[in-house]
Design a protein around this ligand. Sequence first.
Ligand code: AMP
Ligand code: GLY
Length: 423
Amino acid sequence: MKVLVVGGGGREHAIIKKLKENKTIEQIFALPGNGGIAADAECVNVAATDIDKIVDFAIQSQIDYAVVAPDDPLVLGCVDALNAKGIACFGPNKAAAIIEGSKVFSKNLMKKYGIPTAEYEVFDDADKALKYLETAPIPTVIKADGLALGKGVIIAMTRQEAKNAVVSIMQDKQFGKSGDNIVIEEFLTGPEVSVLSFTDGNVVVPMISSMDHKRAGDNDTGLNTGGMGTVAPNPYYTKDIAEECMQKIFLPTIRAMKAEGRTFKGCLYFGLMLTPKGPKVIEYNCRFGDPETQVVLPLLESDLLTVMQAVTNETLADTEVKFSDKNACCVIMASKGYPSSYEKGYEITIPTELLDSTYVAGATLKDGKLLTSGGRVLGVTSIANTLKEAITVSYKKVENINFENRYFRNDIGSKALKAGEEN
Ligand code: AMP
Ligand code: GLY
């Protein structure tokens, strides 16, 4: 069997490493992959958004199964295009990927089906949005409708900041057409939980919960990033809360998508906030989260390909999806200066014994050397019986992975550790 994984970050590396445990897979291609992924898959030099070339490659290489991991190709209809040529895929079609591709769509879906989320207003006109902001409760949250590389959400602590956000998104077109429409929503508070789930459109199977660390600096300071580290499980996500989320959020969401003629098949990611008024949806993603995947998949005990194919074939109800009861911690090593400007091209040295637990996000191979090529360079994951141990081991590993100008947060998991002790 030949498998194609579309994408080229740490998430894709984690997917590929897990898939490799299945011995019926003869070959895995990563498109485009990266210099680190090249150790585990054959990399194909095509952009993950070039749908025509992806389809051509899949046909020529006789791909049996494709996993489309990033948001942009999913929203562009990569799965539809591959399916049209008879290639089975893991990932939602274009009609379903809109749940991440349009925040206006997802907010309206939640309102229509009574799924708990922040109160909101939608605007297609900057003047009306600015007028609304004169009396809106502050802090408030401004969201560009479309994909914006994870930067389309602005938490405005003052009225002026909110107005500036509207001007830069709607008038200056900071995110291009993604900002033609915006959502202005209620500012919520509470611990955040990421729940990735497998769904075939009929049943939904949540994976182990996790906690992301989005800010660049220790103690959640500094700019928002793609994620500086993760732990799983998330101690705030108790059994009772999980059951409440299943009944009030997960099942209603997949039923709503089906009722809308947009059956969702793939990994549906629920970004939740546990507010004083109960769990609410902050965002949906139509894909595995990054770096959540780097802690969630290492804890998956079932065969990933089998579960993915059950999603494709709509037989998830009959398929076992089992997670270990251990803890995992992933620390992201980035280039100093990320998410703003940073230098690239530094040689990375990873001791051989750490390769298995390293997920490479931004590196290229040059003359046999692995060089940094991105803001987030790699993630280092450890699994242990306790969260404390997983954190300690990950930071020990980090000390042994070197490149010039490396940067990482020193407190990944410490909030979870504290919460776990209090619970
Ligand atoms: P996103 O880029 O969509 O992942 O959102 C970034 C972060 O913004 C989330 O992880 C939350 O921390 C925060 N956020 C989004 N919406 C809200 C909200 N309504 N209230 C408070 N924080 C929010
Ligand atoms: N870690 C959040 C995301 O993948 O969007």
